[in-house]
Every structure is written in structure tokens, then in C-alpha cells.
Design a protein around this ligand. Sequence first.
Ligand code: 5GP
Length: 235
Amino acid sequence: MGGTLLYEGKTKIVELSEDGQSVILTFKDDITAGDGAKHDVLALKGQYCSEITARLMHYLNTKGIYTMFLNYIPPNKIRARKLKMIPLEVIVRFKKAGSFVRRYGGTEGEDLPVPLVEFTYKSDVMHDPLMCIEHLEVLGILSMQHATIIIDEAKKAATLLKELFTLHGFELWDIKFEYGFDESGNICLGDEISPDTMRLRKAGEMFDKDIYRRNLGNPIEKYEVVLNLCRSILL
Ligand code: 5GP
């Protein structure tokens, strides 16, 4: 492959494709938590998370959600649309957990009355601060019009995934998305959708990165379970 390196993050490498028309994302085996404070390398993780992302984004594409996904290049790469990424994490919550419980109280797993969308600014040094829509506009990160589109898109995508996981007996508690602008200025879902970016539970058991965050061992077997259910989505 060997295209021009555009970006290397904690868990992904982004290169320009050979024809310059798309990008190739390589998913690494690295896993991090606590704004990079905790870091490990887990065999097969890049492979599993790239295939899960490919299948879930393909599923969303078929349901009318505009995602970056073009095609899966086994074992651990995705060809994707070129995007100018917005430096935000867009979190959709169906249940109270994690930083929501730390900030606002309640108990882990308690239902929220309606899906809640939160924006955090991607910055390890600032610890991903929570942003109101007005912060986004005043700080020049995102217009109110684009923020409104993202809230709507994120709720739609999260609800489709929640319904999909429900069919397989899993509960989607929350999920983090990242968006970018395509070359025509349209908002497009980018980055990754995997157990690294969601809380996925079944009968009280974790199938997501909280296993790693809470030092409960190697989560890779649980990620494999998620991959196997995603294989019902045909590429
Ligand atoms: P919380 O804000 O409760 O820690 O996370 C909410 C949801 O967003 C969880 O599913 C969590 O995995 C995801 N999330 C939040 N921040 C990050 C992050 O920096 N990286 C990743 N991979 N996921 C995140």
C-alpha cells in the first residue's frame, strides 16, 4: 500500500490511497485509556476493530446514514472517504454510565428518558472537556447549524445500532462517534465503531473497553464475540 502518511494517532494510521482519491485507515493493535495514561498492545485488536467498524458502517450505509466506509481490506485496513475531521467526540447515551454518572450522579445502567447527545473536545491535555453548542460556535469549532445536523445524525445512527444489537440480545448503553466534512462540505460519520467506542452489555457482562479501563483483563475474547455477531452483516 505505502501511500503518503497523513496522520498517526494512538490506534490508527491514516494514509492517502495510491490514486489520492480516498484514504486507507490501518487499525493498530494498541489500546489506550485515561487520555493515553494507560497503554497496551493486544494481538488481533486492530484486525477485530477494523472488521467490526467495516461491517457496522456498511450496515449504517444501507440504512441511509452517510459514513466514510468504502471497503474493507483484510485483515486490518479500511478504505474510506477523505474527510476533514472535526475535533469532537459525539457521545450518544441511552443509559447512565461512565463520565455521565461521575458528573451528574445516578447509577450505572439506569435508563435515560430520551437519548442524550454530548460533545467533548478531543484534547488529551485538557481531558476532553464537555462542550455546549454555544462553546462550539464561539470557539469556532462548529456552527450551530452543523452541530444540529450532527445531533440528529448521531441519534439516528446510534438508534439503528442499538436496534441491531438488541436483535442479538445485547444492550447498547452509549456510543462515541466522530464526524468530518467530505470534499463537498457534507457531514460524514468517520473514525471507528467498535467495542473501543461503545458500552455494550449482555446480562450484566461487559463486551467493551471498560474491561480494559477497569483493569479486568484482556478484552479480546469479548471483542471476538462482537465481531462474530457483526459477521451477520454481509459486506
Ligand atoms: P464516557 O464519557 O462515559 O467515558 O464515555 C461514553 C462513551 O464514549 C463510551 O462508550 C466510551 O467508550 C466512549 N468514549 C468516550 N471518550 C472516548 C475516547 O476518548 N476514546 C474512545 N475510544 N471512546 C470514548
